[in-house]
Design a protein around this ligand. Sequence first.
Ligand SMILES: O=C[C@H](O)[C@H](O)[C@H](O)COP(=O)(O)O
Length: 220
Amino acid sequence: MTQDELKQQAALRALDHVIEGSIVGVGTGSTANFFIDGLAGMKDRIIGAVASSEASARRLAGHGIRLFDMNEVDDLPVYVDGADEIDASLAMIKGGGGAQTREKIVAAVARKFVCICDASKKVERLGRFPLPIEVIPMARAQVARQLTLLGGRPVLREGFVTDNGNQILDIHGLDIADPAGLEIQLDGIVGIVTSGLFAKRGADVLLLATPTGVQSIERS
Ligand SMILES: O=C[C@H](O)[C@H](O)[C@H](O)COP(=O)(O)O
């Protein structure tokens, strides 16, 4: 089975978590795209969706799914999104597509975060995937210095601008023994908009697609 087939299996399983007659929070990336395509099959049974990126908004609109601005929505039963890495506590690294700021906002509103992944994303310890950090452009050098002091090796994502008009530093080599502690530390660095660590608000359910089936793992 290919990695894309596994992503699709996890994504389609997430449709079971969608509440009919509700607005659905929708993530970003190749796995989330499979979810969007699946959601199109039940678009008449939902009110619409909130997207975590311009790319997902375009894909949702292309399927004729009604889009809502996050500011119009005060109750979001479910948010479905992929991850770059996820550990046993369901803490994640996200932002491989640079969308972590809007993703974290939608996830913060959602009552349930359903993470959809193929088995390659599950890790013992977060950090092999470089941690994406969205930065205000004028703060890039200051933030890079702070991240170097923390033991990381910041690399600017060349030619990339986020949906919010900012830049991404990918931090290599960080030792992420305490994901929530590091997330809090990063939140305190002036110039960082959002780190790609999702530990304070991790996933509630992981749908992990393996060659022998999709495992559903709940946060303990
Ligand atoms: O910014 C992108 C998001 O955090 C994605 O959810 C993450 O990068 C996983 O993407 P994919 O499903 O394409 O591996």
